[in-house]
Design a protein. Sequence first.
Lengths: 113, 112
Amino acid sequence: DAGVTQSPTHLIKTRGQQVTLRCSPKSGHDTVSWYQQALGQGPQFIFQYYEEEERQRGNFPDRFSGHQFPNYSSELNVNALLLGDSALYLCASSLTGNFYEQYFGPGTRLTVT
Amino acid sequence: GNSVTQMEGPVTLSEEAFLTINCTYTATGYPSLFWYVQYPGEGLQLLLKATKADDKGSNKGFEATYRKETTSFHLEKGSVQVSDSAVYFCALRASNTGKLIFGQGTTLQVKP
């Protein structure tokens, strides 16, 4: 049973560029959440998707957007990258209504130069 | 607003020592509380959870009790091993939301 998978593992982008990160949830899960983890900090909630719609959003600007596909996989898009967007981006999946068990992927390390 | 505060790290212990990592929270209503662990180069793994006051979560020798009167959820282990070296995060989930709010993390280093 595959857990949560994310791609790519690492990414280097230049300021002003756009990036897309991908996440496949654990088998049987239908809800995907995205978190940003800056170096030495705890993860910060970006948003959550269920039934292909954004259901909750944290305190992140509109440059951060997402999408969920019919197979429950998800993408995180960040436009107009800033140096401060450099972080580990974590995807977590769960089954709707069971938020006691959120499974995290290994993350994508984004470096903005 | 809701928030989680953890003790500053790093915490350095010798193998077989007793571990306590303090965690306090601020929340309205009745949140669920969690401890996650992050090993080097990896994502977060759920270590244990408690969903209501006085619940004790436990896993792999780690324990934490949900204390509503002191708004705390301290992590303890009676005898740590080198393999326990990692970053530990305390987190809460408010009622009716899937959003996790994390503390800043506490690095644990266990020396042989």
